[in-house]
Design a protein around this ligand. Structure first.
Ligand code: ADP
Ligand code: ZN
Length: 220
């Protein structure tokens, strides 16, 4: 199965996509993580992506789409994958459909996580990320374990430079202008599942699993 996760910045999309991928033993492809890893490693891809990420803008489609489609074509992505952060605009969604159609496959389900604006803003302000494994921690709700180190792998925790107020604002604008139209796009294809993203991480994961199981697609 190919499953896409959609949601505004701060909706918990990344946390949930990773959790569900683990439960389903599915490949997990997160475009933002791939860019951040490339940046840490100082590769050309990372250097190219950096300026856009710092400003909260989208990395150009040619770069992003090629990167993600390569992952989908790789052996790990052949059987299916959970996609987090991709597609982020209609051009990317169409390129993805085309690539999957070429393999007689398609997007099976789209999980859209809905969280009210106030809660999203609050979550973004207190987010910490592991440099090594990209796990996400909330400073208030689940304080990072051993002296600022990652509970999962011991990696150093840091606050993403694009979580500053100004960049968050830009990311929100980009989301509503370019990514939110995908909600309609996948509703029209009969693939959208809407999930309430408020509450604890586990509660939301449970709701997503139920939604994937029941397949109650939103009708447009
Ligand atoms: P968020 O946590 O807001 O969902 P991500 O970690 O997914 O952010 O992405 C961080 C940054 O990486 C984005 O602001 C953007 O610059 C870049 N990026 C990630 N995915 C894409 C994509 N599909 N298309 C273009 N740029 C992307
Ligand atoms: Zn870690």
């Amino acid at each position: 199965m190919y499953i896409i996760f959609l949601g505004a910045p701060g909706a918990g999309k990344g946390t949930q996509a990773a959790a569900v991928a683990q439960k389903l033993r599915s490949a997990y492809i997160a475009s933002g993580d791939l860019f951040r890893q490339a940046l840490e490693q100082g590769t050309d891809l990372g250097i190219q992506a950096r300026a856009y990420m710092e400003k909260g803008q989208l990395v150009p489609d040619e770069i992003t789409t090629r990167m993600v489609l390569e992952k989908i074509a790789a052996p790990e992505g052949e059987a299916g994958a959970i996609l987090d952060g991709f597609p982020r605009n209609l051009e990317q969604a169409e390129a993805l459909d085309k690539a999957l159609a070429g393999k007689n496959r398609g997007i099976d389900k789209v999980v859209y996580i809905k969280v009210p604006e106030k809660e999203r803003q609050r979550r973004l302000g207190e987010r910490w990320v592991c440099r090594h494994c990209q796990a996400v921690y909330s400073a208030k709700k689940s304080p990072p374990g051993r002296n600022g180190k990652c509970d999962r792998c011991g990696g150093e925790l840091y606050q993403r430079p694009d979580d500053t107020a100004e960049t968050v604002q830009k990311r929100l604008e980009v989301y509503f202008a370019q990514t939110a139209p995908l909600i309609d796009y996948y509703t029209r294809k009969g693939r959208l599942l809407e999930v309430d993203g408020e509450g604890s991480v586990d509660e939301v994961t449970g709701r997503i699993e139920a939604a994937l199981h029941e397949g109650a697609f939103v009708t447009g």
